[in-house]
Design a protein around this ligand. Structure first.
Ligand SMILES: [Zn+2]
Length: 308
């Protein structure tokens, strides 16, 4: 029932989303340099059975069987320019496969926002050594948030994932290598999702329901694979642009200003919100902690928003 309301809000949305994140070529999210040394409390002997963290993985053969009877859109694997950005294969004005990166296109089953009066806070790219201070702040609050985690990070810091899961937060997939999914083959996309799902399941004992494509990069081929594997794609409708925090000339105070504006509009806005932030570095975590009390006007976790 709540999911239906959520999807209704999506259908009513008229916001157009430009591609907000231009990845550096193959660059992984935030460095952990300079942060406290990680002290694991458990041993996870299965770690070595996984692909190398952040490397593009290959699927187990049985995973490809899951697509056997599926109708997946025949969108081309999108090529990358030398700077790592995607090269639009379509003529101007055409978007046959609803590629969000090029046109902001979305399908009714994608989750971009939720119903009026609700707000889902989402944090991507963790867990990292920078993450725990954010967990500490969240521990003191009753509200729950959503973390879209990278598989390679999960096997490096499994205790962190256990901590946020036990604290009641939602855990979603953010792929294994954090690459642009439309630039990957179908086999690679399956591997990105299934290895990350497997790691999450091994660590917390529960399979994730939601996934977020890195950089929001998704077209109908990616959507088809994601849905056939049983996941729900989630983008956002409010970007803090915290991923630009180290870009020369970027004014970090704009993040706070945007949060204040969203909070100010929340009671009268026609729809709710899903905001994008990152626990990928100390700077983004510091900013997340700073804006948390501002956005905390009316938020619910993604799970609460979308439970059926
Ligand atoms: Zn990301």
């Amino acid at each position: 029932m709540i999911l239906k309301r959520c999807l209704l809000a999506l259908a009513l949305s008229t916001t157009v989303f430009a591609h907000p994140q231009q990845p550096a070529a193959g660059s992984p999210p935030g460095p952990d340099a300079g942060l406290p040394t990680y002290k694991p409390t458990n041993s996870f002997p299965w770690k070595n059975m996984y692909p190398v963290p952040r490397a593009v993985p290959q699927p187990k053969p049985e995973w490809m069987e899951l697509l056997k009877n599926a109708t997946i859109a025949n969108a081309p694997v999108v090529k990358k320019a030398p700077d790592g950005s995607l090269v639009n294969p379509n003529p101007p004005g055409q978007d046959p496969y609803c590629a969000w990166s090029f046109t902001g296109c979305k399908r009714p089953d994608d989750i971009f926002t939720c119903q009026k009066g609700h707000w889902a806070l989402t944090y991507d790219d963790g867990p990292t050594l920078a993450s725990p201070p954010l967990y500490d702040v969240l521990d003191k609050m009753p509200e729950k948030v959503t973390f879209f985690v990278i598989g390679g990070q999960v096997i490096q810091y499994p205790e962190m994932l256990q901590r946020i899961y036990k604290a009641g937060h939602e855990i979603g997939i953010h792929t294994w290598s954090h690459n642009l999914l439309t630039s990957q083959t179908t086999e690679q996309i399956v591997a990105e999702l299934k290895w990350t799902e497997l790691a999450i399941k091994e660590v917390i004992g529960v399979a994730p329901r939601f996934m977020r494509p890195p950089y929001g990069d998704m077209d109908d081929r990616v959507r088809g694979i994601v849905k056939q594997l049983g996941f729900i794609p989630v983008i956002w409708n409010h970007d803090t642009f915290d991923w630009k925090i180290n870009t020369p000339g970027f004014d970090a105070s704009s993040i706070e200003a945007a949060a204040r504006q969203w909070a100010g509009n929340a009671s009268t806005a026609a729809e709710g919100g899903i905001s994008l932030q990152h626990d990928q570095s100390q700077q983004t975590v510091d900013m997340a902690i700073k804006v948390l009390p501002i956005i905390k006007v009316c938020f619910s976790s993604l799970r609460n928003l979308c439970e059926t």
